[in-house]
Design a protein around this ligand. Structure first.
Ligand SMILES: [Zn+2]
Ligand SMILES: [Zn+2]
Length: 349
């Protein structure tokens, strides 16, 4: 089988690997759609020495296949696999936990002290096949295409958990900063819950896409001051809810500035630190500020149902499709920061 590996300093290559045999409790998944994520790019941009040091700190191989947003069909199962069988359509949860600690048992696998991930330590999904534990296989209904499921697997799930926790409704105006794939999924979810959404970004194509999927207004922060536009839009009251998916400290501070009294806010984008005026902003506006990280594995069925029931057009976030043989080209293009979601796809998916 073919798989994409990183060579350090923004270089990648496609290599031939033996197709693995599933061992006890393991499942071999034949890929149908596998998307590229911003997280992959943190590894893509590392130097070779930093990449090796990171992977060795988790006892991973320097030649790990990248990718952690896989969807496909179960090809084979090992012994003691009880709930998954060949032919099942599945997506794969991206973190592997110990399955014994309290966090794993309640589905917060991302908090497991022994957590490891695909594409960073385990061979990932930028490959013809991926070997995963049974518990990570999440069933997909026939109504959800592999491509839409790939967008949901990491970007959609991360957006869903943060929006669920902020709970915007028809009473609320919400500002969403950072309109990459996660932020755009958040726009869809907040609009579907009834909120009026204002999207903020620097890239005109992303702002246009946000309007197409239901944002009431958008702000290009290279041209206009988001705070002024949002104050105008809300009649000076500020927003009821806000979330940042950019990780940019200016955006995070703008989100705090445009928050209205009693607003709920979330930071989701990974990036720089930012400062908060604890008295005049946090206390006197009585804000609730939370972090949100990836998603609880138990939310998967809930957000799949939500997307199908609301008929959310996740496929609109996909701008490019590549064959796995074109791996280096796909990562180079995604690194430009100007695309939407990029997918590897396989014939007849
Ligand atoms: Zn991801
Ligand atoms: Zn655990």
């Amino acid at each position: 089988m073919k798989g994409v590996v990183f060579l350090g300093d923004r270089k990648a290559e496609v290599r031939e690997f033996p197709t693995p045999d599933p061992g006890s409790g393991q499942v071999l998944v034949r890929m149908k759609a596998s998307s590229i994520c911003g997280t992959d790019m943190h590894f893509y941009r590392k130097s070779w020495d930093d990449l090796v040091a990171f992977r060795q700190s988790f006892n991973g191989s320097p030649d790990t296949i990248t990718g952690h947003e896989p969807c496909g069909v179960v090809e084979a199962v090992g012994s003691h696999v009880m709930t998954v069988k060949p032919g099942d359509r599945v997506t794969v949860y991206q973190h592997v936990g110990c399955e014994r600690c309290g966090f794993c048992r309640r589905g917060d696998v991302m908090f497991c002290p022994k957590r490891t991930g695909y594409g960073s330590v385990h061979n990932g999904s930028a490959a013809d096949f991926t070997l995963v534990p049974e518990r990570n296989c999440l069933e997909l209904p026939d109504a959800l295409s592999f491509e839409r499921a790939a967008v949901l697997s990491c970007a959609g799930g991360t957006a869903y958990q943060s929006i669920k926790r902020l709970a915007p409704s028809g009473k609320d105006t919400m500002a969403i900063f950072g309109l990459g794939p996660v932020g755009l999924c958040a726009v869809m979810f907040a609009v579907a819950r009834g909120a009026r959404v204002i999207g903020v970004d620097l890239v005109p194509e992303r702002l246009e896409l946000a309007r197409q999927i239901g944002a009431s207004d958008t702000v290009n922060a290279t041209q206009d001051n988001p705070l002024e536009v949002i104050q105008d839009f809300t009649g000076g009251k500020g927003v009821d809810a806000g979330a940042d998916y950019s990780g940019n400290s200016q955006a995070q501070e703008a989100m705090l500035a445009c928050a209205g009294k009693g607003a709920r806010l979330a930071i989701v984008g990974v990036g720089e630190s930012f400062s908060v005026d604890t008295l005049r902003v946090m206390i006197m506006k009585q804000l609730t500020l939370m972090g949100s990280w990836i998603y609880n594995i138990g939310l998967h069925d809930e957000f799949v149902d939500f997307v199908l029931e609301k008929e959310l057009p996740l496929e609109k976030l996909i701008t490019h499709r590549f064959r796995i043989e074109q791996g280096p080209e796909a990562f180079k293009l995604f690194d430009s920061g100007k695309t939407g979601k990029i997918l590897f796809t396989w014939e007849d998916s």
